[in-house]
Write a protein that binds this ligand. Structure first.
Ligand SMILES: C[S@@+](CC[C@H](N)C(=O)[O-])C[C@H]1O[C@@H](n2cnc3c(N)ncnc32)[C@H](O)[C@@H]1O
Length: 721
C-alpha cells in the first residue's frame, strides 16, 4: 500500500477516514505528464544477525511482511515492545510482549547501516595476474551503495535481469510475495527498481551502457522510467526471441520474445560483429574467427588431468634451436621414477620439459609422434622463455584448425623458413552492424539457460529462469569487445549467468574483464513454506542454505571455473563457438579465472571490536583497489598493512607516516593508499607528501563509519530513501 493509504487506514473515525479517502482519490486523478506512480513506503530489510536490544526496530520472524515494533525493554528473554507506526496507534499497539528469539531486527531504507563484506569461499585458477571477480550475497540496494564507494563512474556495462513482476509471486516486497491480487503491484515494482537504477546510473562510465531485460508485464513502465533517467535518444529497445516455440496463452499470440532495453551513456558506442543476430545464422553461431589469426594451442596441458602422472607418455623433452627460434624435434618419454636434468641437451639441442605454473611436473597435450608430424608441417611454434618456470612456451595448430585448413575455411598466407612456422589466417569476413531484433538458436533460454545451468549445478537446482549464456554474451560483447580489462556488473544476478558469460568472453580472446555479481539469497515460496513448517526461518543456517545465492549462484560460478560440480563430478558438454585457441571448449576445462564469494553482513558498531572492524572493511579496500592479488586478512594491529599481492597499503598509525612512506619505495606495485586519520588537515599533508603517484583515500579511525550506507549522502538524493 502507498504511504498515504497506509496512514489513512489508521484513522479511527470512519467518517473522517472516508472523507479523506475520497479527496485523495480525486487528487490522484490529476495527471502529470510522464510516468506517474505511487512512491511506496521505504522498503525494510531484515538483519537476522543484529542483536535485538532496547531501542531497536524489530519484526516477528514468523510473520510475512514487516510489521514493525520498537523494543522498549528486555527482561529474562522477553521483549516489551510498542508498535512502530506513524499516525494513529491503537491500545493494542503498546506494551506487547514477545520472546526475543521470535524477533528479528529490521531497518528501513534510510536508517544508517554498517556493512561488511564477509568472505564465504573462493576459487583461484587465474594466477596472480588476473583480477578477481566477486559474487555478493546481499540485497542489491545495499550492495549498490557500497559499490558506489568503490566504483562511482567506473563500470563499463551493467546488465540486469530483474524479476519481471508477472503477478505469479516472482518477487518479494518488504518480505512478502507480490501477486496479481495486489493493486499496487506495478507501483511497488517501479518504486523498487527506480531506487536501484538511480544508484546504478551513478556507477556507469560516461561511455558505459545499462542493459535491462524485461518482458511485456513491465516493459512500457520501465521504458518510461529509463527514458526519464537517460536522454530519450540514448535508449533503445531490442527484441530477443528466447523461446521459438512460444508460451501459449489462450486466445492470444504465443509469446516467443522478451526485450533488452539498452541505455547508452553519452560517450558510448557499439561495435559490429560478423553476425548481425537476425539474418542468416552462422554455422557454429559465432564469429570469433572473423578476419583474424587463430590463437594457437599451448602444448602444455592445463585444466584437468594435466599432471605428469596423468599421462606418463606425454612427459618428454621438446627439442628447440634457440638461435633460429624454432622447435626442431621431440625426444622420448621419461619414466615416472626418473626426473629430467633440465640443463642437459638432448641430441645436441636444448630440451624443454612440461613444467606447470606452480613449478610442478606437467605434461604435454600431444604425444611425441604427433608432435613430430606437426613440426614437419610447420604447425608448431616456439614462444617466450619463462624464467620463473625455467621453460619455454610452445604452441601448435589444433586439430580443429587443421581441419579448417583442410576444408578451406582457413588459409596459409606465409611461411617463416628460419622458425619453421606457417602463418595461417581466417579469410576476412565483413563486419556488420547488429540489428535490433535478435533471432538466434543460441538465445533459447531453455536449452542454453535452464538446461545449461543444471549441468553445472545439478538437477535439483531450485532456480527457474536463468538467461541463455550466449544471449548475455551477445548483449555485452558489442560494448566490451575491445575493453578487455573492463568492469561488468549484474545486481540481479540470480544463477550467475553474467559471470559465466564474462569468463567465456575472456577465454575466447584472452581478456581480463571483471564481473561483479550481486544476488540476494531468496528462497522460493514452496521451499520457504516447507522450511517454516520444519521450524526454520530466515537467518537460520538450514533456511539460508536453500537460498539462491548459496544453493545456485555460488555453486554455478564455482563449477564453471573448475569444470566440475560441487560433488566433484565433471561437467559434460562443450561451449558453443571457439575459445581463444580457436578450439571448441569443454565445460570440464573450466576457466583460468579467480572469483571470491562474499556475504554482505551488517555490523553493530557498538559491539564490534576495533580489530574486527578493520578486518571487516579490508575486503572493501581490496575491492576499491580493483580486486587484484589474492585477498589477505589482518586485524590491523600493526603500524601499517600492505598485503603481499594486492596493490594497496593502509597506514594505520599516522605517527609512523615517515617510515611508511619510506617503506613504499620497495613496493613499486602500490597504487592505492588508505590513510587512517580523523584529521582532514593531516590527511591533506600526508597526501601532498606522497605525491600524485597514488590514489589516496582518508579512512576514519572508527572504521565502520567509513562505509556507512543508507545515509542521505550515499543515496545522493533524499527522494530515494
Ligand atoms: C530473473 S532473476 C535473474 C536471473 C539471471 N539473469 C540468471 O540468468 O540466472 C532475478 C534475480 O534477482 C534476485 N533478486 C530479486 N530482488 C533482489 C534484490 N533486491 N537484491 C538482490 N537480488 C535480488 C532474485 O533472487 C533472482 O534470483
Amino acid at each position: 500500500m502507498a504511504k498515504i493509504e497506509d496512514l489513512i487506514a489508521q484513522i479511527p473515525d470512519e467518517r473522517l477516514r472516508n472523507g479523506i479517502e475520497a479527496e485523495v482519490k480525486a487528487l490522484k486523478k490529476t495527471k502529470k505528464f510522464g510516468l506517474v506512480f505511487e512512491e511506496h513506503l521505504p522498503e525494510t530489510v531484515r538483519l537476522p544477525k543484529m542483536p535485538v536490544k532496547p531501542g531497536e526496530i524489530v519484526t516477528l520472524k514468523r510473520e510475512n511482511g514487516n510489521h514493525r515494533w520498537r523494543v522498549k525493554k528486555i527482561h529474562k528473554g522477553i521483549a516489551t515492545c510498542d508498535r512502530a507506526i506513524e499516525g494513529y496507534p491503537s491500545a493494542d499497539d503498546f506494551n506487547k510482549e514477545f520472546p526475543v528469539s521470535d524477533l528479528v531486527v529490521v531497518r528501513s531504507f534510510g536508517d544508517a547501516i554498517y556493512p561488511a563484506l564477509v568472505s564465504v569461499d573462493r576459487v583461484e585458477r587465474g594466477g596472480a595476474e588476473k583480477p578477481w571477480h566477486i559474487l555478493i550475497n546481499a540485497d542489491n540496494f545495499h550492495a549498490l551503495q557500497l559499490l558506489l564507494y568503490c566504483y562511482e563512474g567506473k563500470v563499463d556495462v551493467i546488465y540486469i535481469d530483474p524479476p519481471y513482476n508477472t503477478g505469479a509471486r516472482d518477487w518479494k516486497y518488504n518480505n512478502d510475495y507480490v501477486d496479481d491480487t495486489d493493486t499496487f503491484r506495478h507501483s511497488k515494482w517501479l518504486s523498487m527498481i527506480k531506487k536501484r537504477l538511480l544508484l546504478a546510473k551513478r556507477l556507469l562510465r560516461t561511455d558505459g551502457v545499462l542493459i535491462v531485460t524485461i518482458d511485456d508485464n513491465e516493459l512500457h513502465r520501465i521504458r518510461c522510467l529509463i527514458d526519464e533517467m537517460f536522454s530519450g535518444d540514448d535508449v533503445q529497445l531490442v527484441t530477443i526471441v528466447i523461446n521459438p516455440k512460444g508460451v501459449v496463452t489462450k486466445d492470444r499470440f504465443p509469446r516467443v520474445q522478451e526485450y533488452a532495453i539498452f541505455a547508452f551513456g553519452p560517450d558510448a558506442s557499439l561495435e559490429g560483429r560478423a553476425d548481425d543476430y537476425l539474418t542468416i545464422e552462422p554455422d557454429d553461431g559465432f564469429d570469433a574467427s572473423s578476419g583474424s589469426k587463430p590463437r594457437w594451442n599451448s602444448l602444455l596441458r592445463s585444466g584437468t588431468e594435466a599432471t605428469r602422472k596423468d599421462r606418463e607418455n606425454m612427459f618428454y623433452p621438446v627439442l628447440i634451436d634457440t638461435k633460429r627460434e624454432a622447435v626442431v624435434g621431440a625426444g622420448e618419454p621419461l619414466p615416472l621414477d626418473t626426473d629430467p636434468d633440465l640443463l642437459k641437451p638432448v641430441n645436441g639441442y636444448q630440451a624443454v620439459w612440461p613444467i606447470r605454473r606452480d613449478g610442478s611436473w606437467g605434461r604435454w597435450g600431444l604425444g611425441n609422434t604427433t608432435l613430430k608430424t606437426l613440426i614437419e608441417k610447420g604447425y608448431v611454434a616456439l614462444g617466450e622463455y619463462d624464467a620463473k618456470r625455467k621453460t619455454w612456451g610452445i604452441s601448435y595448430l589444433s586439430q580443429q584448425h587443421r581441419e579448417q585448413l583442410a576444408a578451406g575455411m582457413m588459409e596459409i598466407v606465409g611461411y617463416d623458413k628460419k622458425k619453421n612456422v606457417v602463418d595461417v589466417r581466417y579469410p576476412e569476413q565483413a563486419i556488420t552492424r547488429i540489428k535490433s531484433v535478435w533471432k538466434r538458436t543460441r538465445h533459447d533460454a531453455g536449452a542454453y539457460g535452464s538446461d545449461l545451468m543444471r549441468k553445472f549445478v545439478g538437477d535439483g537446482a531450485a532456480f527457474q529462469f536463468p538467461k541463455s549464456l550466449y544471449a548475455v554474451e551477445d548483449a555485452i560483447i558489442p560494448i566490451m569487445r575491445h575493453r578487455k580489462n573492463g568492469l561488468i556488473l549484474d545486481f540481479f544476478a540470480g544463477s550467475g549467468t553474467t559471470f559465466h558469460a564474462t569468463a567465456l568472453m575472456n577465454s575466447r580472446d584472452g581478456g581480463s574483464r571483471r564481473c561483479i555479481c550481486v544476488t540476494n539469497n531468496e528462497v522460493n515460496e514452496t521451499a520457504s513454506k516447507e522450511l517454516n513448517r520444519l521450524g526454520f526461518y530466515e537467518g537460520d543456517a538450514a533456511y539460508e542454505a536453500k537460498g539462491i545465492a548459496l544453493s545456485v549462484a555460488w555453486p554455478r560460478c564455482r563449477s564453471a571455473v573448475l569444470g566440475k560440480r560441487m560433488d566433484g563430478t565433471r561437467v559434460e558438454g562443450a561451449y558453443l563457438g571457439l575459445d581463444s585457441n580457436g578450439n571448441l571448449k569443454s565445460f570440464s576445462d573450466g576457466f583460468e579465472e579467480n572469483i571470491e564469494f562474499f556475504r554482505l553482513d551488517f555490523l553493530d558498531p557498538d559491539s564490534v571490536a576495533r580489530g574486527d572492524a578493520f578486518q571487516a572493511i579490508l575486503p572493501v579496500l581490496w575491492t576499491m583497489a580493483g580486486c587484484r592479488g589474492k585477498r589477505e586478512d589482518s586485524k590491523g594491529s600493526q603500524a601499517w598493512f600492505s598485503p603481499k599481492n594486492a596493490p594497496f597499503a593502509v597506514l594505520i598509525r599516522e605517527k609512523e607516516f615517515r617510515a611508511f612512506r619510506d617503506g613504499l619505495a620497495e613496493r613499486k606495485d602500490i597504487e592505492w593508499i588508505f590513510l587512517v586519520t580523523d584529521s582532514e588537515e593531516n590527511f591533506g599533508l600526508m597526501r601532498r607528501a606522497l605525491g600524485k603517484k597514488y590514489q589516496c583515500v582518508q579512512l576514519y579511525k572508527s572504521y565502520l563509519e567509513n562505509f556507512r550506507i543508507n545515509t542521505p549522502e550515499v543515496l545522493g538524493q533524499r527522494s530515494v530513501a
